[in-house]
Write a protein that binds this ligand. Structure first.
Ligand code: 9YT
Length: 130
């Protein structure tokens, strides 16, 4: 069994800061753990806006605290996000994630797992798993 604590992962290379300065993410569980998914604690900054389109990954995101919204670009629908909201990108949905008045703390799961080296490409995706 593996045990990791958020505090031990913060400030290490498991914690990445977005180039857009709109979020950071602590990847607590990655591909090399061999679980078939990865698990991240992500902070979406208040007032920020991020274009995301995970074409090669399925992601589900649970909001633990804070507030914001997600807009799915295919249909222009906007869904508020607050504590207790889970959104599930089952269609590899292209979206805009907007921070509200308070930072959002999110628990994120990716399938396939990310390796930890991915950065958002100009189209909002991460590179496919090998
Ligand atoms: C919610 C979301 O997708 N935020 C972007 C960062 C992502 N969770 C990651 O790479 O850890």
């Amino acid at each position: 069994m593996i045990v990791r604590r958020l505090k031990e992962c913060e400030g290490t290379d498991r914690q990445v800061h977005s180039e857009t300065k709109t979020w950071d993410s602590v990847r607590m569980l990655l591909k090399d753990d061999g679980m078939g998914f990865s698990f991240h604690i992500t902070t979406i900054y208040a007032g920020g806006e991020t274009h995301i389109h995970y074409k090669h990954h399925l992601e589900s995101v649970y909001c633990m605290s804070g507030n914001g919204e997600i807009e799915t670009l295919a249909d222009g629908k906007v869904y508020p996000i607050k504590e207790g909201t889970l959104y599930i990108l089952d269609q590899n949905d292209e979206h805009i994630l907007r921070g509200g008045t308070q930072d959002m703390k999110m628990a994120c799961v990716f399938n396939p797992p990310i390796t930890g080296n991915e950065v958002h490409r100009p189209d909002g995706s991460y590179a496919p798993a090998e």
